[in-house]
Design a protein around this ligand. Structure first.
Ligand code: ATP
Ligand code: MG
Length: 263
């Protein structure tokens, strides 16, 4: 057995009186696609913020491959190969698609800058390399034809794929996607599924938060379920689907939403 790509051990975070993530432990196997599901407010995005370094944990440990990353700032975690997208899309609307993707380039790909600057023509060469890599990622997500357009003019589904292209420019070892299919129509979802399956085929490790159960069940090898910050189940998609606690957590949430609507 190879070591997990991501290891979460007894992780908790408290916001005032609320324990948003409560003593959660799980591993993401290298090369696997792992789902993280649970009702609204369960703590999924908070978990992503803990892993990517935007929120400091109250207790617990996070390991990326062979390294504990708890105390590293988020940019260092990114440099180690941790990439993510955001539930609320974060593209730079005034920049072109290519420029947006270039902001995600791994430091090693732009590190050459100062040395290159001392050589005539080197700057252009390095810029060209950055542009080539950005174009490669746009090509991969199917947005190459729009590379020079303003990101803010893109339809919603395209913005989600642009975020994935930017995350890929970091040459991640672990790609974390927070609701990648949200707001997409069925054909966009199918296209996204194909894209993520190709990444899976390349051996990329992924952690995916998604509310569309059909999408999650098709894509993931293993799924962890959280509810009110606590892990309530974990297993292969079929096991999770049949788990009584999971059904209750979702049914409970649906009933609660139904009551809100009826009120
Ligand atoms: N910075 C914060 N300060 C205080 N409370 C927070 C903070 N961030 C999240 N929370 C609370 O933590 C809980 C978990 O929120 P989180 O966004 O992680 O849920 P989620 O599982 O991603 O839900 P959704 O499916 O709706 O995106 C919620 O009750 C939320 O209000
Ligand atoms: Mg969320």
């Amino acid at each position: 057995m190879s070591a997990p790509m991501l290891s979460i051990a007894a992780l908790s975070v408290r916001f005032g009186g609320l324990v948003a993530v409560d003593d959660v432990t799980f591993d993401v196997a290298a090369g696997s696609t792992h789902g993280l599901i649970g009702p609204n407010g369960a703590g999924k995005t908070t978990m992503f913020n803990l892993i990517s370094g935007l929120t400091p944990p109250t207790s617990g440990a996070i390991r990326l491959a062979d390294r504990e990353i708890n105390d590293l700032p988020s940019w260092k975690r990114a440099a180690l190969g941790l990439s993510r997208t955001f539930q609320n899309i974060r593209v730079f609307p005034e920049m072109t698609l290519a420029e947006n993707v270039a902001t995600g380039l791994h430091p090693s790909l732009v590190q050459g800058f100062p040395a290159i600057l001392t050589r005539l023509g080197g700057f252009a060469a390095s810029e060209r390399r950055a542009r080539d890599i950005a174009m490669e990622q746009l090509e991969f997500v199917g947005l190459a034809a729009k590379a020079r357009q303003r990101a803010g003019d893109l339809p919603y589904g395209d913005q989600r794929r642009l975020e994935i292209a930017r995350a890929l420019a970091n040459q991640p070892r672990l790609l974390m996607l927070d609701e990648p299919a949200a707001g997409m129509n069925p054909s966009e979802k199918l296209e996204l599924l194909g894209l993520l399956e190709r990444l899976k085929g390349r051996g990329l490790t992924m952690l995916v938060v998604e509310h569309d159960m059909k999408f999650v069940m098709r894509l993931c090898d293993r799924i962890s379920v959280i509810n009110f910050g606590r892990k309530i189940a974990e297993g292969a998609p079929a096991e999770v689907r049949a788990n009584a606690d999971v059904i209750e957590a979702y049914l409970g949430a649906k009933v609660a939403r139904g009551l809100e609507k009826g009120a």
